[in-house]
Design a protein around this ligand. Structure first.
Ligand SMILES: NC(=O)C1=CN([C@@H]2O[C@H](COP(=O)(O)OP(=O)(O)OC[C@H]3O[C@@H](n4cnc5c(N)ncnc54)[C@H](OP(=O)(O)O)[C@@H]3O)[C@@H](O)[C@H]2O)C=CC1
Ligand SMILES: O=C(O)[C@@H]1CCC=N1
Length: 282
């Protein structure tokens, strides 16, 4: 298998590395470059992954993953530039896979040796448990071979979809940041249960199982009574909503409080922030 080196062993770097190990990848094929030494040691203890410096990662990697904060991307690429320049672009040089929100492939390519294959990916943290949604767009020098290599790697930790790069900022707002919206919803439901008198442990068990079960219905073909098409959230919601019942009372309150509008604005704010992060680069 190919050697995967990850620049940045933070939240998403760990989700990828931990997810790959859980999916059966040999830790010896995985490398991490991490600025914080204690963090690198933690990843070594947790997953058996070796920490190396940027130059060694650039020498050994078949896939070089950029998982530092968007503002740190230029410096991280500068650290690997010269070693990458010494490797031939026709198959020897690693594919550079960027997970950084907002940073266009053109900006990445401008800081890398000419003709480096770059794939921009927006993953999400469920990668750690093999349930990622990874959204891919190729850069100018990335062809089918590099895209398939990246998809093959990420398929081990969840689902992949290709989109035109013009949709990457919106993908970031939906699936990249999306888990946080669901966690906030879960947290708020648990707190509401506690406020109304249920022990926190019980409320947590009820709500987490409910989120998991609802996710299962959303992703199970035929769950809304129709065959051959993806389940529709509206139909699944209708099936919960008995006439004159409890769900209708709750949904009426959520609509009156503007939940849909709040979510629409939140997604637009995340999309706009992703665009702004790309403009701040370099
Ligand atoms: N968290 C998420 O859910 C998602 C994150 N992303 C993207 O992933 C990237 C990382 O995000 P996240 O994991 O949350 O951030 P973190 O801050 O948790 O992780 C980044 C890590 O990289 C370290 N670092 C910084 N510069 C370098 C360098 N040159 N070489 C090696 N390590 C370095 C940081 O150290 P220090 O703290 O000292 O800076 C930090 O430990 C971002 O670009 C983000 O947009 C994409 C999708 C989802
Ligand atoms: O919050 C962020 O900027 C990153 C990108 C998507 C999820 N986390």
């Amino acid at each position: 298998m190919e050697t995967v080196a990850v620049l940045g062993g933070g939240k998403i770097g760990e989700a990828l590395l931990g997810g790959l190990v859980a999916a059966g990848r040999a830790p010896g094929e995985l490398l991490v470059v991490e600025a914080v030494a204690t963090r690198a040691a933690e990843l070594g203890e947790r997953y058996g992954i070796g920490a190396v410096d940027a130059a060694e990662a650039a020498r050994r990697a078949d896939v070089l993953v950029v998982a530092v904060k968007p503002g740190d991307v230029p410096a991280a690429l500068d650290q690997v530039h010269d070693v990458l320049a010494g490797r031939r672009p026709d198959g020897d040089r690693p594919t550079v896979v960027s997970l950084a929100a907002g940073i266009p492939t053109a900006s990445l390519e401008a800081r890398l040796p000419a003709d480096t294959a770059v794939v921009r990916v927006m993953p999400n943290t469920p990668m750690l448990v093999g349930r990622a949604m990874c959204v891919l767009s190729p850069g100018a020098a990335a062809g089918e071979v590099e895209l398939a290599l990246t998809e093959g790697l990420l398929a081990a930790v969840g689902r992949t979809v290709r989109v035109p790069e013009s949709q990457q900022d919106l993908a970031t707002a939906l699936s990249g940041s999306g888990p946080a919206y669901v966690f906030l919803l879960a947290e708020a439901m648990i707190d509401a249960g506690v406020a109304l008198g249920m022990p926190r442990a019980t409320a947590t068990e009820l709500v987490t199982a409910t989120v998991e079960g609802a996710g299962g219905l959303l992703t199970t073909p035929g769950s809304d009574g129709r065959e051959g098409v993806a389940p529709h959230p509206g139909l699944l919601r209708e099936a919960v909503t008995s006439p004159g019942g409890t769900t209708a009372a709750a949904l009426g309150t959520l609509e009156a409080e503007g939940l849909r509008t709040a979510l629409a604005r939140a997604v637009a704010a995340a999309r706009d922030r992703s665009v702004a992060l790309g403009r701040q680069d370099g």
